[in-house]
Write a new protein. Structure first.
Length: 59
């Protein structure tokens, strides 16, 4: 019984898995934030282009 407890406390593989999971979540969050920031700018650019083309066609 004590050997199991000692092995559990000494084992580092579980800690490594948790660290990788935390890094994965942080990376995914950064990717999502980047896509949202770039997506907003892209929408604004395409709306401006669409409006400019519509004005040119209306004249």
């Amino acid at each position: 019984m004590f050997r199991r407890i000692k092995n559990f406390l000494v084992e580092t593989e579980a800690a490594t898995a948790v660290e990788y999971a935390v890094m994965l979540v942080l990376i995914a969050g950064a990717i999502i934030a980047s896509i949202q920031a770039v997506g907003g700018a892209a929408v604004a650019y395409w709306d401006y282009s669409k409006d400019s083309i519509q004005e040119a066609l209306d004249q």
